[in-house]
Ligand binder design. Structure first.
Ligand SMILES: [Zn+2]
Length: 220
């Protein structure tokens, strides 16, 4: 195998942030009902399932996901960093201190919390580890080659510390430190180690801030 997906398929059972509507995927035309073709009505909030947050998520004048050129969504020096975390812990600067991030353009944190997505969904949604705001600004100031962060948690925001989560998003997007980061949340990072390339492929939606996405990894 040359490629694998690091995103989850979207279904009506996909766990989504508590404040979002549950996805709804309903048959509209069905062959079993005498129609000549099938079609479905799909209603999802754009932050459902594996999705990519762009600056417009938080910043009123921020860049929207459709404003990104394909070149900005392909990463040829990705790193999936082992970063085990328990409930409500934060990924912090100490977690990257001894890591060689020279030239890395996409950094995904594997906390291991992804194992609760199916096993204990309530825990996955309400006890998730977060990324500390301080780490986000540290990365932007000191590792400008990194253009994308991602986690195997429902959000980079810890559900229990929502204010810090908003601050982490703000630090990722605000203009102060050059080009904003993209944030990919709810990634499937199980059983993947070294990857040579990552492609983040958002739904092509006009006008919205962020979008569900497929994430492909080319294996080494
Ligand atoms: Zn989001």
């Amino acid at each position: 195998m040359k490629y694998r997906t690091l995103s989850y398929p979207l279904s009506h059972q996909s766990p989504v942030h508590k404040e979002l509507l549950k996805p709804s995927i309903k048959p509209n035309s069905q062959i079993s009902d005498g129609k000549k073709y099938k079609s479905y009505l799909i209603q999802v909030e754009n932050h459902s399932g594996t999705h990519v947050d762009a600056p417009a998520h938080i910043l009123p004048e921020g860049k929207k996901i459709a404003d990104y050129h394909p070149d900005e969504l392909i990463f040829t020096d990705p790193l999936i960093l082992e970063c085990p975390k328990e409930d409500n812990e934060f990924i912090t600067r100490e977690d990257i201190e001894k890591v060689d991030l020279d030239g890395v353009d996409c950094l995904f944190f594997r906390t291991g919390f992804g194992r609760y997505r199916e096993l204990d969904t309530e825990r996955y949604l309400t006890q998730n580890p977060g990324v500390s705001p301080e780490l986000v600004s540290f990365i932007r100031k000191n590792h400008p080659s990194i253009r994308c962060l991602g986690t195997d948690t429902i959000s980079i925001s810890s559900y229990q510390k929502a204010d810090l989560g908003i601050q982490a998003h703000l630090n990722a997007f605000q203009d102060s430190w050059g080009e904003a980061l993209l944030l990919v949340e709810d990634l499937n990072l199980e059983d993947v180690d070294r990857v040579a390339e990552i492609l983040v492929i958002p739904w092509q939606l006009e006008s919205v801030d962020s979008a569900p996405c497929t994430v492909l990894a080319r294996l080494e």
